[in-house]
Ligand binder design. Sequence first.
Ligand code: FAD
Length: 380
Amino acid sequence: MRRDIRIAVIGAGLGGMTTAGLLQRAGFKVQVFEQAAAFSRIGAGIHLSPNVMKVMRRLGIETTLTDIGLHPDAFVSRKWDTGEVLFELPFHPQNEAHFGAAYINVHRGDLHQVLESALDHGTVAFGHKLRAMEERHGIVHLAFENGAKAEADLVIGADGVNSRVREYLLGTEKPRYSGHVAHRAVFPAALLNGLPIRACTKWWGEGSHILVYYMTQAREEVYVVSSVPHREWTSPQSFLPCDRDAFIAAFDGYHPELQQVVAAAPEVTMWPVFDREPVDCWSRGNVVLLGDACHPLRPYMASGAAMAIEDGAVLARCLADIGHDDPATAFSWYAANRMPRTNKVQRISVANTWFRGPTDPDWLFCYDACAVPLLAPQEA
Ligand code: FAD
């Protein structure tokens, strides 16, 4: 693709930021439009698995992240009541070498900040919520709620589970509520009163689960994130505060060690878990989707952001190297190379079986989105 085309990315989430950074490295001009007025440091952690860290390497920020992130010694699955270890995947240097990168936990706010440092200054236009778009004669016209307008030769919809760009491509359809909410809490490790926790532990209950991990190398902050049945979600908000007693009650009967962690959380929020059925159309004309905009996943493999980031890496390669000046060809390679993998992650996430028992993670962690050979659509 010619490097002087104008590319607009809608959404400065993890997928949009990664894509913009990689496209700029390939010599493209990119502007990111984000609805929020600024990045906010929401209280949440994130796992960055080796497949993600390999993309971060291409953005030049792998070392910064490994310096600030926590390196768990293992991912440990434990039975909710007895605490029996069901599976343990160690992250020692031999495994890191095998996967090709480290597995780390970081605060999402820190990750965003580091990603922003990988972009050209002024790339993100904040306060720009996309309202409408239209493609005429190969140019996409964008209109924002703040009254601003813009034109682009290519538009990448990285605007998340309630994507406006997806609506433009596929029509309006609400995401599917899974019947579960995720509790999230971040609090000082000092509140555990000396209780030692393994760096990254998932407690598996009957129909519910909860993960506990430290978020920084200093181990001064603990993050918990759960999945608990919750009949309906009617609020338009993406999260709500959660009553602390209700949160504690949700883990009644769990192992005393876990109950002590849960009881230490001073403030808790509650997030609805949504997903969508897979679709086989991710683009039309000069507009393409990535990440949650095309395949929102339940967060039970901790791979939603990972898939958005990998999508960005493969899309950037397709635009740089495939189809000459024909976006349709580049987009068809991109979708053909990504859909089998995102569909597989979606199936496992819905089943919620990842790491529940002995699991071979090679197909997920050894993948390098920046180097994997790209297959032609008829071969993929
Ligand atoms: P988003 O991160 O949602 O970004 C979309 C961006 O677009 C936002 O900044 C939004 O403000 C902006 N936007 C939306 N609409 C507009 C508009 N009209 N105009 C302009 N901007 C707009 N994934 C992992 O890989 N590891 C984990 O450990 C993990 N844990 C999770 C825990 C929970 C509880 C949940 C709910 C999810 C978790 N995920 C995890 C999944 C992950 O958060 C998402 O899959 C990921 O953020 C998707 O990235 P994205 O860039 O596609 O979309």
